[in-house]
Write a protein that binds this ligand. Sequence first.
Ligand code: 4AD
Length: 430
Amino acid sequence: MPQGILIKHLGKHVGEEVAIQGWLYNKRSSGKIQFLIVRDGTGLVQCVLVKGEQPELFEMAKGITQESAITVKGMVREEPRSPGGYEMSVTGLEIISIAQEYPITHKEHGVDFLMDRRHLWIRTPRQNAVLRIRAEIEQAARDFFHQNDFTLVDSPIITPAACEGTTTLFELDYHGEKAYLTQSGQLYNEASAMAVGRMYCFGPTFRAEKSKTRRHLMEFWMIEAEAAFFDHEDNMKLQEELVYFIVKRVLERRRKDLEFLGRDISKLEAVKLPFPRLSYTEAVELLKSKGEQFEWGDDFGAPHETIISQNFDSPVFIHRYPTAIKAFYMKPDPADPRVVLGADLIAPEGYGEIIGGGQRIDDLQLLEQRIEEHKLPREAFEWYLDLRRYGSVPHSGFGLGLERTVAWICKLDHVRETIPFPRMLYRVYP
Ligand code: 4AD
């Protein structure tokens, strides 16, 4: 049989005989009629076999088990009751391989059971929809940066120093020397921004987080941007435009997947520019007005972020955090050096921080002082200090956590379903 067309294109072939290739997702039979629900990763289609019309094919279909790989030939017609809206009357059937008894049935399974079989779980239509939305978000971010003159400059995965604190480093033996898996491409992004002006990178980042929460992964993907001559305000504007672009794109191109997931689409449609901005100090006041016990200087926990986000339909920036709770590279606000020119972007509906970013220290002496205060090994940062020695300029950047963004857009309870093979505190299998 010829190579098939994709199920998502069936609508263009109504009234024609076509072939599709995929896997048996489910089967129903009434004795005289069999319905094979076939999936190919782009959609589902119901294939109908009538015993009286195709006795041989009908017999053959009986032996096809869940997840067997098949080629089906048939006439396409519209059928609103069929998943995907089309149906095929089978005229040909070829078995590529018969699957053994499949562990993931159409009953409910526990999360641990499914996580142990993640390599199979990703085949289910729900997981498929999430993977497609994730891919759309990645593509949207790339398109956004490309359209806005940001050059893609890849940052390294193996690094000699910490970017985001020394407590979450994954250490490597690099031919007898200590090295670490990257926590963020940022320091390299700053170097790249001085080379190309505006840059972005997109890759996996690693944090040996000791926390087992629904927002933390050990390996997650970050979309990071860095721009020379951007101040803190320019930086927030860039971030809100990126996030808005992503939301619009997903609404435009993956609406069916969102509907399939049961996402309340009006919540995404309510996202509007510009995003609200609260200073850290204003956010503390807001929390206190809601009866929360909170001291100026403390960091927000997930419940605080949720309370803050409940006041807004769009993601909200919290800017100018206390210097003491932020990374060594953040530029102090000249108007009040107790706080930094940095911001976190908090997603609506309790999804927490999706972006961290800010303006960087561009002064050599101050940066040297911070490296010392944070007890970071000076030698490993000499190259980074060079950026302040040779043509230092104001510059800013940020990192958007892909998985938390996918969790918010898809409205998933846990980041484990946002990435094909999650790496979590006690899970590195499969
Ligand atoms: O706020 P973070 O730590 O910022 C940075 O790493 C900066 N150096 C980025 C930059 O300015 N270039 O992390 C950025 C985002 C967070 O807002 C969050 O969305 C995500 O990365 N993130 C995680 N996502 C999943 N699991 C984890 N363990 C995460 N840690 C951070």
